[in-house]
Design a protein around this ligand. Structure first.
Ligand SMILES: Cc1cc2nc3c(=O)[nH]c(=O)nc-3n(C[C@H](O)[C@H](O)[C@H](O)COP(=O)(O)OP(=O)(O)OC[C@H]3O[C@@H](n4cnc5c(N)ncnc54)[C@H](O)[C@@H]3O)c2cc1C
Ligand code: SF4
Ligand code: SF4
Length: 461
């Protein structure tokens, strides 16, 4: 393998998550992040930039095997952390609970903690802006439903609440942070936070200006085609979609019954439970970015504070939503502890084991599953992970599930592309139902054919 890498090497090896860090650093004109044929963001630019190997790229791309790993970064960032665990990395304190003041919880995807922490940092005068993901103003004109924005007021930060399982990228906001002096917080999924921390090590401007990092736990990233698939299955034209809500909150239903909602230009609203969508089982891996197959950070181990959903009972059944929170920065720890004392936050301390249990499926896929995938032969850049290759520990059943998930991810990108190009949505929908039914039978019913057929019939409606 080459010592120095280029963006092209990472993209060609299926390891580009589309963070935009390379584009933000590019000194060359004409570089940008753009959607590819599969609805995934990838770096584009003049060939001499795209193909050129460089030391700084090799050190800062989050999927470069030569970049410092999460353990190394966290040891530098949080040297005095009180606790450490293989699942969570270093941390001060972990909690389960939600925001109790105002309507943060109701407006948030789970307990509203991300928006609360971002708002509190602004209220306390500790930052001037928050880089996070908001809905595009004119999605059809802009060609994307969501994008990163720097919000500078409490109202703007609160507008951004809710999870977006949609490709977004950091290049524009990083350029803005470089151009406009100030103190910023960045909200991001684990690989994006890693990219930010790698950039902060490299560049004193980012080190000085990005004061806080807020990480989201992450299962995987979906492509933009997931939204088009919603439209196909809800039988509305994708080019009429004005707003996308991945998880509409209904306090009267369990939090893990996701309901997707599309608002059209004429005001019409359509919705469907993920359970009734052919590609709505998160575990089946539809539209997953291929880089996610080689990721070992589930809970943003290099962020000052990380947030997820408490996917264990009794919390999963509470439709209001409940966060798991892992705090690493002593300053944020103080903010959170004070707010708990003032009853503005309703949080209970938990241990790392509890946090791990809330993400059991994610850890299986990204520890045991990753170890297995690392034994498969592949061409191009070889990922270097904290997990060692291992094809022995997983049972046959688990290995089969990892294989099927891998093929469903790859298949969903390709079958959707074909169905879209020949304008035959049914081709994809039928394939997706079949794939989902097979996954369902294997993952939840020990491969029973009857259960697969039953699930297929259910999905056909
Ligand atoms: C792709 C993805 C996968 C996830 N996978 C898991 C998982 O497997 N397990 C789990 O427990 N939790 C997962 N989460 C996190 C979870 O969905 C919630 O975001 C988290 O629990 C925080 O909820 P909240 O109510 O505190 O946040 P809110 O108060 O609703 O605030 C959410 C904040 O995140 C920002 N945001 C939304 N989407 C993105 C994005 N794509 N990238 C960066 N910032 C964004 C918003 O702008 C807002 O500031 C995932 C999130 C994403 C985006
Ligand atoms: S992962 Fe990020 S830094 Fe690496 S090639 Fe892709 S966009 Fe560039
Ligand atoms: S699974 Fe890992 S690589 Fe994929 S989006 Fe999430 S943090 Fe990034």
């Amino acid at each position: 393998m080459k010592d120095l890498l280029s963006p092209k090497d990472i993209v060609r090896s299926g390891l580009c998550i589309g963070c935009g860090s390379c584009v933000a650093q590019a000194a060359s004109n004409g570089t940008a992040m753009d959607f590819d044929w599969y609805g995934q963001l990838k770096p584009k630019g003049p060939e001499e930039w795209y193909r050129s190997d460089s030391e700084s790229f090799t050190r800062t791309c989050p999927f470069s095997p030569a970049a410092k790993n999460e353990d190394h970064l966290a040891a530098e960032l949080y040297p005095t952390a009180r606790q450490a665990h293989l699942a969570t990395g270093r941390f001060e304190t972990a909690y389960v609970g939600h925001v109790s003041e105002e309507d943060f919880r109701l407006q948030g995807s789970s307990g509203g903690m991300v928006t609360w922490v971002a708002t509190e940092l602004l209220r306390r005068g500790l930052i001037d802006g928050v880089a996070h993901v908001v809905a595009s103003q004119n999605p059809q004109e802009e060609g994307r439903y969501f994008r990163y924005r720097i919000s500078r007021t409490e109202a703007e930060v609160r507008q951004g609440a809710k999870s977006r399982y949609y490709p977004i990228e950091l290049s524009e906001i990083l350029q803005m942070i470089r151009e406009v002096p100030g103190r910023y917080a960045v909200v991001g999924i684990p690989c994006f936070i890693k990219a930010v921390q790698l950039l902060r090590r490299e560049d004193p401007i980012f080190r000085e200006r990005i004061r806080f990092t807020l990480g989201l736990f992450c299962g995987h990233m979906k492509s933009a085609r997931f939204v088009e698939s919603f439209a196909w299955q809800m039988q509305v034209p994708a080019e009429q979609i004005e707003q996308v809500e991945y998880r509409h909150k209904d306090p009267n239903r369990p939090a893990n019954w996701y309901n997707a909602r599309l608002t059209l230009r004429d005001g019409q609203v359509v919705n469907r439970d993920w359970w009734h969508l052919a590609d709505g089982d998160w575990g089946a891996g539809f539209y997953m970015n291929s880089a996610c197959n080689f990721c070992d950070d589930v809970i943003a181990e290099t962020a000052d504070i990380s947030f997820g959903d408490a996917w264990v009972e009794p919390y999963s059944s509470d439709g209001m939503g409940t966060n798991v929170v892992v705090v690493r920065s002593p300053l944020i720890q103080e903010l959170v502890a004070n707010a708990v004392n003032e009853n503005r936050l309703m949080l209970e301390e938990v241990d790392a084991k509890f946090v791990e249990q809330t993400q059991a499926a994610g850890f299986r896929q990204r520890r045991e599953g990753l170890a297995y995938r690392l034994t498969w032969s592949r061409t191009g850049v070889q990922p270097r992970k904290r997990v060692a290759p291992d094809s022995k520990s997983a049972t046959r059943q688990r290995k089969l599930i990892y294989r099927i998930r891998y093929y469903i991810s790859a298949g969903s990108h390709n079958v959707f592309k074909l169905a879209r190009s020949i304008k035959k949505p049914q081709l994809y929908i039928r394939w997706a139902r079949m794939a989902a039914a097979v996954y369902h039978g294997l993952a939840y019913h020990q491969g029973k054919l009857g259960e697969m057929l039953k699930r297929f019939a259910e999905l056909r409606g």
